[in-house]
Design a protein around this ligand. Structure first.
Ligand code: TXE
Length: 489
């Protein structure tokens, strides 16, 4: 069956384009999929436009839209094993991690389903004038281009699709060209749940061929993008001439601050998962470890020992605890950052190489790496390497910790470890980041907003603001007893 989904019909690319999808864990061919071009993107936009302007979905009662999202949640749970397997084959991530993702995805649809069904945020405005009925109503933005990356393909798609549909929009989804399969799967589930034709459209293809036209086309009202900073800047520029609404989540270079009074064992353990989970291909990864001077030597010693012991392997290797990087090109980028860090004076404490295990040769593996004695100017500290690379910096006191933590163009997340509650909260409030964890790292829930400050982007996903992102607030004013003003008399 062809894999593009346009106006309710499964179709092949107009120019016959195809792409091989290979598992990053061992290079095996997962499948060959259709690869769209600009013409397919244009057809998908036309279908979404038509469904928005003349179709039933935007005017469907909120309770029914919410009910559909709840049905999607149930279908995802029904098919979670097949979905998780497809996600792991595309991304190379451990099956168990994909299974967690599917549970989170079902929860995301359920959260937005309940939020939408429970009634909106429309409100009566008290103008102080009894002769006026004034109210704020919330309407969908229109046709949304949803552009997603390869690290959490269906999760990041769900964070956009669920609120976009809940608010009554239509959309064109463009997943990463590297990881298309769960997006294809989702289209089938949306259809099975009863979504009208044309509301959800899917084009598979590259950024330049398919993503760029979606961000430029005047028929598109909004772009929601999760991906890299460079692409985010490009999308902002491309969306400017037609003044689209945009929401951007552009990753981070997130600090994990450990004070000497931290609960030691947990802080070491979380320092490892913060950065080495999914081989560091996590936008909120705690890639910059900031350790208080007096704790530094012992703490780093234990983190290094932990990093050395992490077993690598493919999705179905139950002894593995983390997997490969997404592509050869991405691994080369990570390697270049580590080499630059060492050249700039960082001390390599472990990793810094591909594994010696020949069984892993056909995958894009890279050893968990710790670079000690780092300084803020190093490119490996400044830029998002998006690999299993932890940089370590020292700090003396609270002020220096905050200054180092905020010394970044990014502002997505951060962690602070201290048993002094006052200090932990003081530091949390001074961190310029969209999410701060105290004595924890990485948890998120669909009820809580997610997004960045500074160049990590703007707009929020999840939570009530995640729904509002896909709505326009409209003020409707009714004069209950109109009389001529006679202004010009
Ligand atoms: O991302 P891109 P890449 C970061 C991470 C990584 C870097 C580059 O640091 O090393 O980005 O990764 C589509 N118009 N993150 O190159 O290009 C593309 O096809 C419209 C952080 O893989 O940002 C894909 O669907 N779309 C991040 C999506 O953008 C375009 C997750 C993301 O790819 C486009 C992934 C264009 N001109 C990478 N060019 C996070 N925030 O979690 C590309 N795309």
């Amino acid at each position: 069956m062809p894999e593009l989904f346009i106006g309710g019909t499964w179709t092949a690319a107009a120019d016959g384009g195809l792409r091989e999808i290979r598992c990053p864990a061992d290079g095996t061919l997962v499948a060959t999929v259709d690869e769209a071009g600009p013409g397919d993107a244009s057809a998908a936009i036309a279908a979404a436009r038509e469904a928005f302007d003349s179709g039933p979905w935007p005017a469907t009662p909120a309770a029914e839209r919410g009910a559909l999202l709840l049905r999607v949640a149930a279908l995802i749970e029904r098919d979670q094993d097949a979905l998780a397997r497809a996600e792991s084959l595309d991304t190379g991530k451990r099956l168990v991690e994909s299974e967690y993702d599917m549970a989170d995805i079902a929860n995301c649809f359920r959260y937005f389903g309940n939020l939408v069904a429970s009634g909106g945020t429309d409100r009566i405005v008290d103008t102080g004038d009894p002769g006026v009925d004034s109210r704020i109503v919330h309407e969908p933005v229109g046709v949304c281009a949803l552009i997603t990356p390869w690290n959490y393909p269906l999760l990041q798609t769900a964070w956009k699709v669920a609120p976009a549909l809940g608010a009554g929009n239509t959309f064109v989804l463009k997943p990463s060209e590297l990881t298309p399969h769960t997006a294809v799967f989702l289209m089938r589930l949306l259809t099975e749940a009863g979504l009208p034709d044309g509301v959800a459209n899917l084009v598979l293809g590259t950024g330049p061929a398919v993503g760029a036209p979606l961000t430029e086309d005047p028929r598109v009202d909004m772009v929601s993008f999760t991906g890299g900073l460079v692409t985010g800047r490009r999308i902002m520029a491309a969306a400017a001439p037609t003044v689209k609404k945009i929401a951007l989540e552009l990753g981070g270079k997130n600090p994990n601050i450990v004070f000497a009074d931290a609960e030691y064992e947990s802080a070491v353990d979380y320092a490892l998962t913060a950065v080495f989970l999914h081989s560091g291909q996590v936008c909120s990864a705690g890639a910059r470890l900031l350790v208080q001077d007096e704790l530094h030597d012992r703490f780093v010693e234990d983190v290094v020992a932990g990093a050395r012991a992490i077993p690598l392997g493919g999705p179905f290797d139950e002894s593995a605890r983390t997997g490969p990087l997404i592509s050869a090109a991405h691994r080369e980028k990570v390697e270049a950052y580590v080499a630059a860090g060492i050249a700039e004076g960082a001390v390599l404490r472990c990793g810094g190489a591909r594994p010696e295990d020949r069984a892993l040769d056909s995958g894009f593996y890279y050893l968990p790496t710790v670079l000690d004695e780092c300084t803020p100017g190093m490119s490996v500290v400044r830029d998002e390497s998006f690999g299993p690379v932890l940089t370590v910096e020292r700090f003396r006191d609270e002020d220096e910790a905050v200054a180092l933590a905020n010394d970044t163009v990014y502002g997505l997340s951060g962690g602070v470890w201290s048993q002094d509650v006052g200090r932990a909260h003081r530091v949390a409030s001074r961190l310029r980041a969209g999410t701060v964890w105290i004595n924890d790292f990485q948890p998120y829930v669909p009820q809580a907003e997610w997004g960045g400050m500074k160049q990590s982007g703007f707009g929020r996903e999840l939570g009530p603001a995640g729904l509002a992102e896909y709505q326009e607030a409209k003020h409707v004013w009714r004069n209950l007893s109109p009389r001529p003003l006679r202004w010009f008399e």
